[in-house]
Design a protein around this ligand. Structure first.
Ligand SMILES: *[C@@H]1O[C@H](CO)[C@@H](O)[C@H](O)[C@H]1NC(C)=O
Length: 365
């Protein structure tokens, strides 16, 4: 089918049109709808106004008989999208502003719209692709990584959990890889992003150079090369990376404490490094995340997003999310004081309470 898409996408520049909101740009390039996240100075961090622009446009393109596919990319060349604009969210949480509910709700609704999109959805995940940026890409049919892709779900470091459907896609990666990525926030780079199954395709960066939005000739050439990549058969190199085997063994346990124990017993430099990383993360986040992935492994994307919305609101009610954002994004002292400060003090009851239904406030998809 993609051959047809490429054939349709002929270089007729006069048939292109674009409309520019400041922070996200939409273009029509023949039969493709192209979304460019356009906050390069903020590494294209996703905020509520961007979500409110993207969602209706996506729905329009889904119905439009003249749109055969949608491509999403980031402006500036450094990042696809470094995550959600969570500083604004925690500010809102402190003052009781509704942004603290609206942001997560509308973001997850957009993640679901991408996951159920009826046409090919192609995300060019060049550069930093984390958190909210993963939610804008990973649920779509095609994710194209380059050697510059830097993927991570780093939420346990800020007292949150790997949301945006992380509970759906992470446990579906090979073995315990997803749990490893979720708990440690480990960064996958370049080809490893495809080897891990996060990206479906790999292309060299220079072939799909991230151009400025509005540079139409470049956009078109980039788009054609991107589609050309998707037509090539995917050849997955056998998993050469020791990383993947290691984490299957070390992250196989029935609790976070069990994983910590495995890491201590192992004694390798890799295991020691991961144990140190886990010791810095929010203990409550680690336990929530462990349960989230365990449950999400057998749930639909929709049910996972409903669960994650409950968890997001539990984080807004707690302390660690504010403290994590303070330590990492505001004061940047990298020294969060988590409450509770150790795994043993995070009770099962507390974790249960985070998963409790919200009644009329539950997310509806
Ligand atoms: C989102 O980001 C844009 C560009 O930086 C800004 O103009 C807009 O006010 C932001 N919106 C929200 C809801 O934070």
């Amino acid at each position: 089918m993609l051959y047809v898409l490429l054939a349709l996408c002929l270089p007729v520049l006069s048939q292109m049109s674009s409309s520019a909101g400041p922070e996200v740009v939409f273009e029509r390039i023949r039969n493709a709808g192209v979304i460019t996240l356009n906050r390069p100075k903020a590494l294209n961090a996703l905020n509520l106004s961007m979500i409110r622009h993207i969602y209706p446009q996506l729905k329009k393109w889904e119905k439009d008989p003249e749109t055969d596919l949608v491509v999403i990319k980031g402006a500036g060349g450094k990042a696809f999208c470094a995550g959600g604009d969570i500083r604004a969210v925690t500010d809102a949480g402190k003052t009781g502003d509704s942004l603290a509910q609206d942001f997560f709700r509308e973001e997850y609704i957009l993640n679901n719209a991408i996951g159920t999109f009826k046409k090919p959805y192609v995300a060019l995940i060049e550069g930093i692709t984390m958190g909210g940026g993963v939610g804008l890409s990973v649920h779509g049919r095609f994710r194209v990584a380059t050697e510059k892709t830097l993927f991570a779900m780093p939420e346990t470091a800020i007292g949150l959990f790997p949301d945006v459907g992380g509970g759906y896609f992470l446990p579906r990666l090979q073995g315990k890889l997803g749990l490893f990525l979720a708990l440690t926030g480990f960064r996958l780079k370049g080809r490893d992003v495809q080897r891990a199954g996060v990206a479906t395709h790999f292309v060299e960066s220079q072939k799909v150079k991230s151009e400025q939005p509005g540079d139409r000739t470049q956009s078109l050439i980039g788009l054609q090369l991107l589609l050309h990549t998707l037509e090539k058969p995917v050849i997955l190199t056998p998993d050469s990376s020791h990383l993947f085997c290691w984490c299957h063994r070390l992250f196989e346990a029935s609790s976070v404490e069990g994983i910590q124990e495995n890491l201590k017993q192992d004694g390798s430099a890799f295991a020691q490094k991961q144990a140190e990383t886990l010791a810095k993360m929010s203990p409550a986040s680690l336990k929530i995340t462990f349960r989230q992935l365990q449950a999400g492994a057998t749930m639909s994307l929709q049910d996972v997003l409903v669960m994650e919305y409950r968890l997001s609101q539990a984080c807004m009610r707690g302390k660690d999310f504010y403290e994590g954002v303070r330590a990492v994004l505001i004061d940047k002292d990298q020294n969060p004081r988590w409450q509770p400060s150790s795994l043993k003090d995070v009770t099962e009851q507390f974790v249960d309470s985070c998963f409790a239904p919200l009644g009329e406030h539950d997310l509806k998809l």
